[in-house]
Design a protein around this ligand. Structure first.
Ligand code: GLU
Length: 275
């Protein structure tokens, strides 16, 4: 029975879509397996400790349990920075000085936070010479760090990954372009920290919503670059509202606590999530 993980970002209260994801993840671990809880709070401008506390409270109310201590990503920035430094030393990462207002891709990435799964970056800064990079860094121009995906693929060769529902898939990380591995305001990114932590925590089956399927291509590439063990994946369908739209925090989807306050029982909420 595998180790799985539920890895929410504490940017708001959990809603019914999160309940589905957490219950699914627990189910996939099976009776003899473990479901870990990980708090993905690298975006310190959007994450709040009260939401982190609420996540644990709401999941326990739903009847879920997980091993302690919970891994809290913001406590491990130094680890991610060290991993990134290794990739940088191998010439696989380049500084990107583009601003949100000048690149459409960055603007879209900001909307899609925390994953940054926006349109593909045009690669503008990939073409800067070493001295141009050095001058801009010396001038204090803020920069993100991007993975040079073509260079990384040249190093790893073709890769595949296995989705338990979709079968063996050829990794196509170029579909997301040169993803950000460290943001201007944060020493890591979703892609880097999630890949590192899944390996570190011995996660054997990665479960998450099918909205993140594209990210898996990138994670597979990072695993190969970093010599990490390769899990299997399952991407579950998202819960849709009455209008066929996915539940999201920004749409003020009904939170688990609002449902609890309205008198719903854990069993009723589980049933609403399909469990
Ligand atoms: N932290 C991500 C989120 O809240 C989930 C990441 C994952 O499961 O890979 O959407």
């Amino acid at each position: 029975m595998p180790t799985t993980r539920f890895a929410p970002s504490p940017t708001g209260f959990l809603h019914i879509g999160h309940a589905l994801s957490a219950l699914y993840t627990r189910e996939q671990a099976g009776p003899g397996g473990r479901m870990l809880l990980r708090l993905e709070d690298i975006d310190q401008t959007r994450c709040r400790p009260e939401y982190a506390a609420a996540i644990e409270e709401d999941l326990a109310w739903l009847g879920l349990d997980w091993p302690r201590p919970v891994r809290v990503q913001s406590r491990h920035f130094a680890d991610y920075a060290a991993v990134l430094a290794g990739l940088r030393a191998r010439g696989l990462v380049y500084p990107c000085f583009c601003t949100r207002s000048t690149t459409q891709a960055e603007a879209a990435g900001a909307v899609a936070a925390p994953h940054g799964l926006g349109p593909v970056y045009a690669g503008t800064c990939r073409h800067l010479s070493a001295s141009e990079q050095a001058d801009r860094i010396a001038a204090g121009i803020p920069h993100a760090l991007r993975l040079d995906v073509a260079k990384a693929q040249a190093e790893t060769g073709p890769l595949t990954w296995r989705d338990l529902d979709r079968g063996t898939i050829a990794a196509a990380p170029e579909r997301l372009g040169d993803v950000v591995l460290a943001r201007k305001d944060c020493p890591t990114s979703y892609h880097l920290s999630v890949t590192w932590d899944d390996a570190l925590q011995g996660v054997e089956l990665v479960t998450r919503g099918e909205d993140l399927i594209e990210a898996t291509h990138v994670h597979r590439l990072l695993q190969a670059l970093l010599g990490l063990p390769v899990p299997v994946w399952r991407h579950h369908p998202l819960l849709l509202d009455a209008h066929g739209k996915r539940f999201a925090k920004r749409d003020k989807a009904p939170t688990l606590r609002a449902m609890r306050e309205a008198g719903k029982t854990p069993a009723e909420v589980r049933a609403l999530a399909g469990f």
